[in-house]
Design a protein around this ligand. Structure first.
Ligand SMILES: Cc1cc2nc3c(=O)[nH]c(=O)nc-3n(C[C@H](O)[C@H](O)[C@H](O)COP(=O)(O)OP(=O)(O)OC[C@H]3O[C@@H](n4cnc5c(N)ncnc54)[C@H](O)[C@@H]3O)c2cc1C
Length: 262
């Protein structure tokens, strides 16, 4: 058997929350990889990494970082960065994926999280996914708000090929992002409960701007858990539990994490 490639990642630098240990991550360079026992990571823009994460693996960007046009789709590798996907669309005048330019991450995680902004979601543009054994239609993959039930690793994905990159829409997404906290975060900490807003609930229980050590719920946007400097995993977990506890007690609503804790 071929020895597996690894890459040492310092999650206190690599992850968007700037929290986590230095660990060796297995690098996947072929679709024959046996994923059993591994948790996939992309750019760690939606992850809170504990001091003792499970065995981690990531796609090799050299192999799975491609993007090309086929007759009826945009074919993208799972390791392709979202910014590169958006640039590709701009360059080729393709519409529908403008939102990916302001959504940090990789194509594999876009699919896994059904990531999106406002009404634009990954699955509205997704045609198929290759989990290693050919193309599976997106329609057959159970998915919903910020989640998808995947049978394996996203090696490649095919998106709708439609002409007309919308620069106004791109500017709107950019403006939305500019109004959000700039401190290290993982975006929204909790999913919005049906018919409600997690940020509003966190504010209502007095946690907007609440600080615990180096972590806080932003005073700009309560659903952003931010690292104000030197924040730790334990402080983040404490704030998460505090918000869930207070919101449950006051409103009977169970806040579900959008950030994945590993
Ligand atoms: C400032 C900021 C703003 C954000 N705003 C938004 C927003 O508006 N909307 C939104 O939806 N998200 C938002 N996010 C979250 C983040 O951009 C998305 O969740 C993105 O999809 C994460 O990509 P990643 O490559 O960093 O994935 P990671 O954080 O590394 O992983 C996320 C999940 O995807 C899985 N995964 C990764 N790669 C693969 C693969 N190849 N195959 C199968 N599973 C895989 C992981 O196991 C994990 O469960 C924001 C994050 C930040 C930091």
């Amino acid at each position: 058997m071929r020895p597996m490639k690894t890459r040492t990642i310092d999650f206190s630098r690599y992850s968007s929350l700037k929290i986590g240990p230095r660990v060796d991550v297995t690098v996947i360079d072929s679709k024959e990889f046996d994923a059993g026992g591994y948790t996939l990571i992309g750019g760690a823009n939606n992850l809170l990494i504990s001091p003792t994460p499970p065995p981690l693996a990531m796609l090799d960007n050299e192999v799975f970082g491609f993007c090309e046009l086929e007759a009826d789709c945009i074919r993208a590798g799972g390791a392709l960065k979202t910014g590169q996907l958006a640039s590709f669309c701009r360059r080729h005048d393709l519409g529908g994926l403008e939102f990916t330019g302001n959504l940090p991450g990789t194509v594999g995680a876009l699919v896994a999280m059904n990531a999106g902004m406002k009404a634009w979601e990954t699955f509205t543009q997704l045609l198929w996914v290759d989990f290693g054994a050919g193309r599976v239609s997106a329609e057959s993959i159970p998915h919903g708000y910020r989640h998808a039930q995947l049978p394996g690793i996203v090696y490649e994905a095919g998106f709708v090929r439609r002409s007309g990159f919308d620069r106004d829409l791109e500017a709107q997404f950019k403006a939305m992002r500019a109004n959000q906290p700039q401190a290290p975060s993982a975006g929204s900490c909790f999913k919005n409960p049906p018919g409600d807003y997690a940020g509003g609930l966190i504010e209502a229980v007095g946690l907007k701007g609440f600080v615990q050590g180096g972590m806080a719920f932003s005073d700009q946007h309560a659903n952003f858990l931010i690292n104000t400097g030197g924040g730790t995993y334990e402080e983040a977990i404490w704030l998460i539990a505090e918000a869930q506890g207070r919101v449950k007690e006051r409103f009977g609503v169970a806040l579900e994490l959008e950030v994945q804790v590993l």
